[in-house]
Design a protein around this ligand. Sequence first.
Ligand code: G3P
Ligand code: CA
Length: 352
Amino acid sequence: MKINKINKINFIIIIIFFLLLGGSISMFKSFEIKNKELSKKYRIPYPAIMAHRGLSYYAPEETLPAYLLALEIGEDLYLEADIQRTKDGVLVCFHDDDLKRTTNIKDVFPDKIDAGIGDLTYKELLQLDLGSWFNEKFPDRARASFKGLKIFTLEELANLAKTKPTLGLYLETKSPQKYPGIEKELVLLLYKMGWIDSEQINPQLLKEKKINLKDKEISSSTYSKVIFQSFEIESLKLLKEYAPGVPRVYLVDEDMQKKYGGFSKLVEMAKSVDAHLGPSGYMGYPWNIRRSLANDILTHHYTINEKYQMRLLRIFGSSGIFTDKANVALQYFFPEKYPKIDVEELFKKIQF
Ligand code: G3P
Ligand code: CA
């Protein structure tokens, strides 16, 4: 009698377990279907893999070797970069608000130790070494060839990315409030260099600048060659105005979630500028992803470097990831195409 009762309880638990499991599997399957549908609609690959500041686990972030490595791995990556503007108006790839962490500014300009990108001219910035910090911080990944690496401009990145097949450029306006007008400059430069096509740009902007509409040499590609991203909604608004056809991603973190009153508020804000979402990996819960997808919003999570994190986010329905280890991501997401990636071999190929 007692055994029968226990069996009955066990049976009910097992049934509930399988119902929940079945429900979860069908929910995650529906996320995948929705991701694929939105991917087509917005010309953004699913899953989207972004080489975050280049292959920045293995080489100094946002420098030539970091991007060369990412290009060498294969065509299924976007090259991610943070764009800022020098004092004399050059758009460069650089993440931090100041130059202390990743340059030798304390030795070169000891009186300008707190300077940011906008406080120095391009010529001054060229005097800085962007590689030696990496060798000191990561001796196990250090290379003599990193010493003396120079600041990389957006134009250099855009030219370099044309030398190999790639998904394209995934560009962040970093601290854009410090650089009024940067959105317009960014759009015009990318249009002139053939990264944005005539269907993506606002024709009014071309008229205003007396630039002729070009042939649509890129619009035939399956995916957009450029994606914009920003933590600042105002910057995304301007990018939407100047290049409505270029996909946009609103970067968000947990502090913003608290500040604005929850994840659903961030979804609303992203929708207000027709943007997708780029949440921190810690916000990659299935219920957040479900809310985003229900609003036709893709989610690209940052910064995801470990395979178990990639696996978890994939199960939860994430639409893509920013990673410092794009080699690990490509092997995980596309194992048939990328069965093995030997980083040392890549270094030989790029001659670094
Ligand atoms: O751009 C995605 C991710 O890079 C955002 O964080 O600080 O690395 O620019 P951050
Ligand atoms: Ca970034």
